[in-house]
Design a protein around this ligand. Sequence first.
Ligand code: TYD
Ligand code: MG
Length: 460
Amino acid sequence: MKKEKQEIFFVCKECGYESLKWLGKCPECGSWNSFKEFNPNLKKNKITDFTSEVKKLNEISYNDKENRIITGISEFDRIMGGGVVFGSVVLVGGEPGVGKSTLMLQIAEKIASTKNVAAENYKVLYVSAEESLQQIKLRSERLNIKNNNIFVISETSLENIVKVIEEIFPDVVIIDSIQTINSDFISNPQGSVAQIRGITAEVIKLAKTKNITVFILGHITKEGDIAGPKLLEHMVDTVLYFESDTTQNYRILRVYKNRFGSTSEIGIFQMNYNGLKEVANPSEFFIQHSENLVGTVTTCIVEGTRPILTQIQALLTKSYFPQPRRVVSGIDYNRAMLLISVLEKYTGVSLVYEDVYLNIVSGLKTKETTIDLAVVLALYSSHKNIIVDSKCVYLGEIGLNGEIRAISFINERINEIYKLGYKKVFIPYENKKNINSNILEQKNLDLIFIKTIKEIDKIF
Ligand code: TYD
Ligand code: MG
């Protein structure tokens, strides 16, 4: 007898890993009890029709500029790779309350005020499956949105949403949020893996066949039964995550995937009483204390293509534990431990009786090794209780022999540093040959080249 093909499989709701068997622990992301049953047979019918067109590659014309909508929110356009691509599907994930709906309503307004090639305003449809029309109106008043090209529906049924789309034929559709949409054709429970995937697949088909740009909003839940946006990452063109630092009122929009641009860009916004405001000069924003402080060192990281000045802070205190504490935030923990060892070995200081707290200010996160020199200086400064010149910027990766190694984007970083009025920069000696002559000729910019951390005393 022919063995029946297995149709049911299991999907990890945290990372989307698929398995034929139920597993207690996900081999991909390590989550426990995260597997949910997925039965593709339950999806009996199709909502949209799809006919494929075959073309030779060189017959397809594509003009990147013409195929994008520039919203005018430059933080957003930049991270999208220069505007929103027509017909693309963008997933906007984030924890509840971070400001996804606010951001999208503001973007909706900007898009609806932009004109297409036929000089008509773009039509935007905002589908809210979470809030009533009155609630959306209230928010739009708070955001001072007066545009009358934004269509709004408060609807949770995919079939009804598709009907509205076919009726008004918008250029852009915003779905807020994917977890609260349901469909009669997909009989899995609302919020389940199968439901969310099935609905997203239909939405993508709709977007691609009708050349509609779709933003799908999704809540990230640390725990709980609702499948997260992670499951959808591979299906969509662009994945954005909106993150917040709970202690501050700023938000970072991070690109995790982009079929039409770079993934290392971030956009920085500030949440005000009347909506999100772009932070155009993040360096000025992140450096709020310019006085000389013990354990605080200024450095420059590059996010995507943009240099951002920031500060590393270290606090070293006498330890009361048998094993001193090492608390690191915003910086890679293992990298920090490596730098502590390098500092101990090559400068003769010992941190063995001290607790170490290391932090990058304002809740930024970086994996860049350019901050190594600043980290080591912050540790040294706190250990010795001596101040570091806050008018000076320190750049350099540190190797295991204490050598200061060359860094990337050296000219871009120095230009940003100079633009913000800093006059003194410590730079790896190895980078000397890469520095543009116009920077070297700047009379009021003091570039100091260093070779090794053994010269640490000379820095102070
Ligand atoms: P919201 O966009 O509803 O978040 P999400 O859609 O990600 O769940 O934003 C919610 C928070 O933002 C809410 O706590 C109130 C705050 N907020 C402001 O501070 N200013 C504003 O102008 C708006 C609209 C919201
Ligand atoms: Mg919302």
